[in-house]
Ligand binder design. Structure first.
Ligand code: SF4
Ligand code: SF4
Ligand code: SF4
Length: 364
């Protein structure tokens, strides 16, 4: 790829727009097939200062809900509530090699340039990110909640050493900490309980009526963990793992098609977005899950669209995948970054081993 992303592209269209333009060309150059389903265009990244994400949380902690008493914070919270996947690009003023993304001082708060520069860098350091990093809003805000515990030494200091470092007037209010305690639900309201129940009912019925089960590859392993963890198998509200196992145990010859992305297991899940059929779990869940799916396909030597009987498929899975550590622990059980966290079922894979030994309860 020899296309350069210029600073102008970065600053006018945003990094995501620049990157998506590049990857489109790359995909065509490689002769990729036309997608059979129209793919929604990627939203343009919203550029934010790191401190603004903290201020959103702080204002919510102060008791605000819709109106955060600041037009810019209102704009941010409205945009992310409309689309929790909206990419956010973190930009702040630097005086060195990261200058290409400097936003200027237009959105500095009144405490002065030095304080604004330090506050943004303090936050980035805690987040483990750098200027210009872009993440889906839900991921980034969850990360702020997880990594920035208190506003002390970010928004103000125990000792005011000079007027330059007087800090924000709200620094000792406790509002940020109160907003943090309210958690992600205060920013993104949970899925409606009745709507989830309707999805559970209809999607569970779909599993029982299906002539072909459509399942994403790593969910074959999740079904195994679910089987191995359960004393007596029973349905749960949050997914259709039980129903898929039940159908397979009753009819091991049912065809299973391997599909990309969300599958028949997902519709009742809190993290499922019915509008897009995406998984919008934080901590980049969709990214990790895509890698797990591809790792499973590679190990069993199959591809999306391949269809085998459940019996054959599980024979292959249990023969080739000896432990969830190989898939969900990425081989070494080391989380190489915040986004590549390891599921507890990979650290202790007893349930998977039980399912593997008992062949998921498939008879014959
Ligand atoms: S203390 Fe001030 S700068 Fe810090 S998060 Fe609250 S409003 Fe924003
Ligand atoms: S929506 Fe996401 S978290 Fe929920 S079952 Fe599907 S893949 Fe798993
Ligand atoms: S370890 Fe976690 S993600 Fe992996 S298969 Fe088991 S439940 Fe699913």
């Amino acid at each position: 790829m020899n296309q350069r992303i210029t600073r102008r592209m970065f600053t006018t269209g945003g990094a995501a727009a620049a990157l998506s333009a590049t990857s489109f060309r790359t995909e065509r150059a490689c002769g990729a097939q036309e997608p059979t389903v129209p793919v929604p265009s990627s939203p343009v990244a919203l550029e934010v200062r790191p401190y603004q994400l903290m201020c959103v949380i702080c204002q919510i902690g102060r008791g605000c809900t819709e109106n955060l008493d600041d037009p810019r914070l209102n704009e941010i919270v409205k945009a992310v509530r409309q689309d929790r996947k909206r990419p956010l690009t973190l930009r702040c003023n630097t005086d060195h090699v990261y200058r290409y993304q400097n936003p200027g001082h237009g959105e500095d708060t009144s405490e002065g340039e030095l304080f604004n520069a330090k506050r943004d860098l303090d936050i980035l350091q805690k987040l483990g990110l750098v200027p210009g990093d872009t993440r889906p809003a839900v991921d980034l805000i969850e990360r702020v909640l997880a990594k920035v515990i208190v506003s002390r030494d970010i928004c103000g200091y125990e000792k005011v050493t000079s007027e330059t470092w007087r800090g924000c007037a709200q620094a000792n209010s406790g509002n940020y900490e109160k907003g943090r305690a309210l958690g992600i639900k205060a920013i993104f309201p949970p899925r409606n309980v009745d709507e989830k129940a309707r999805y559970k009912k209809s999607s569970a019925a779909d599993v029982y009526e299906a002539r072909i089960l459509k399942i994403r590859p790593h969910h074959l392993l999740c079904m195994s963990c679910f089987y191995g963890r359960s004393g007596k198998l029973a349905p749960i509200k949050e997914d259709n793992l039980f129903e898929a196992i039940d159908v397979i145990q009753k009819n091991p010859d049912i065809p299973v098609m391997l599909v990309a992305g969300c599958c028949m297991i997902c519709p009742p899940c809190e993290k499922y977005d019915p509008a897009t059929n995406f998984c919008v779990g934080g901590k980049s869940m969709a990214l990790r899950d895509q890698k797990k799916d591809l790792d499973v396909l590679q190990k069993v030597g199959l591809k999306y669209g391949d269809t085998l009987s459940a019996r054959q498929l599980y024979q292959l899975v249990y023969e080739r995948i000896h432990s969830t550590r190989d898939i969900c622990g990425f081989g070494d059980n080391l989380a190489s970054a915040y986004e590549w966290s390891i599921c507890g079922g990979a650290e202790k894979d007893g349930p998977y081993q039980k399912a593997r030994t008992e062949r998921l309860g498939i008879k014959g």
